[in-house]
Design a protein around this ligand. Structure first.
Ligand code: GTQ
Length: 351
């Protein structure tokens, strides 16, 4: 018997072995090692762009099909074309466009997923977080921390659309999702609007404020202030060859990113800017706020204007070119997670 086995072609012997161990839920690493431990990131996610003027009508049409209350969150999910059906725009992050019509309320709930809102269109709707409402304007970056009660409402006369960015795929991967609904649609309001920026957004903190907490206590970073900061800095700062002038949103208590699972940024690039190639291990979702231009991702060019959303997957070489007006881009990614794990890498391909 032993002699017969030695005479079998190696591949047959292996196939037979794989078959026998398979019954024990075992598999040979050597068949898959090359695909598991790759020399550079090999993401299944692909570059993609959503032009707002092509999808805006669908977002508004959803408003005639279902109420915000029935839907709980009336959102069109922006799915990465290579990851359809998985509700994700990158491997770790989710993005969607949420619509709230005048007079509607998206009922209060809380969950372990963190959410960011980036206001695309409309003015005057609110998000309530932990007993405080914030009124939202285009370009504002608003945080819903994990496990914080939140509801959204619109007391204005216009539809309001914002981009939701959540860490849904990451939390799914970690099997750490919990969620609850509040018995009432709207949470009780216990603090006046503007309370959190007054306490935490003036370069001061209440004297006995304890250090700690993984989320910024400021939950609205208004566009007007962000834009003014960038405009002031451009007078003295050199343009970064890849990013122009790029700021990160931070938690004023810790100096860390504003949220524990998502890093957020805003960058200004002047008209005529021709950025150098750059890549990093965090797949990045960009939203154009002002200006027009294009981003060359790999070997394809994606033209963008205000309210367009595009995605640059992990480790894809890309460069921004500004064609019309000064450009302002908001962006978010899982960089903060990768940095906490000591994994994040970037490469500037400046010649
Ligand atoms: O506003 O809480 O786009 O729970 C997806 C899931 C928004 C929200 C989304 C959510 C929310």
């Amino acid at each position: 018997m032993a002699i017969e086995q030695e005479q079998k072609p190696a591949s047959n012997a292996r196939a037979d072995f794989y078959h026998r161990i398979d019954k024990h839920d075992l598999a040979p690493l050597w068949e898959v090692l090359g695909a598991l431990v790759v020399p550079t990131p090999r993401t299944p996610c692909v570059p993609a762009i959503w032009h707002y003027d092509e999808i805006r009508d669908y977002v508004l049409e959803s408003g005639s099909l279902i109420t915000a209350k029935e839907a709980i969150r009336r959102v069109l999910v922006m799915e990465n074309p290579a990851l359809r059906g998985q509700s994700c725009i990158t491997n770790t992050l989710y993005a969607g466009l949420q619509l709230i019509l005048p007079g509607e309320v998206a009922p209060s709930h809380r969950h372990t997923q963190s959410a960011l809102r980036f206001v695309i269109e409309g003015q005057g709707a609110y998000t309530a977080v932990d007993g405080e409402r914030t009124i939202m304007s285009p370009g504002d970056f608003v945080i819903t921390p994990q496990w914080a009660w939140h509801d959204h409402g619109n007391d204005s006369t216009e539809p309001m659309v914002w981009l939701d960015g959540l860490d849904i795929p990451l939390i799914r991967f970690l099997d750490a999702s919990f969620a609850e609904e509040l018995e009432t649609d709207e949470q009780a309001i216990s603090r006046p609007s503007g309370d959190s920026p007054a306490r935490y957004g003036q370069g001061m903190l209440p004297v006995d404020h304890e250090r700690g907490g993984v989320v910024s206590p400021i939950f609205n970073y208004p566009y007007a202030r962000t834009r003014e900061a960038l405009e002031t800095m451009r007078r003295t700062d050199e343009w970064d060859p890849c990013h122009g002038l790029k700021m990160k949103y931070v938690n004023p208590v810790t100096g860390d990113y504003a949220m524990p699972t998502m890093s957020t940024f805003m960058q200004l690039m002047p008209k005529g800017f021709e950025g150098a190639d750059y890549r990093s291990t965090d797949g990045m979702i960009y939203v154009c706020v002002e200006g027009r231009g294009r981003t060359v991702i790999g070997d394809k060019s994606y033209s963008w204007g205000p309210r367009d959303t595009f995605v640059v997957p992990s480790w894809y070489k890309h460069r921004h070119i500004v064609e019309d007006g000064d450009a302002v881009l908001f962006s978010f990614s899982d960089r903060t997670v990768q940095q906490k794990l000591g994994l994040w890498r970037e490469e500037r391909l400046v010649s």
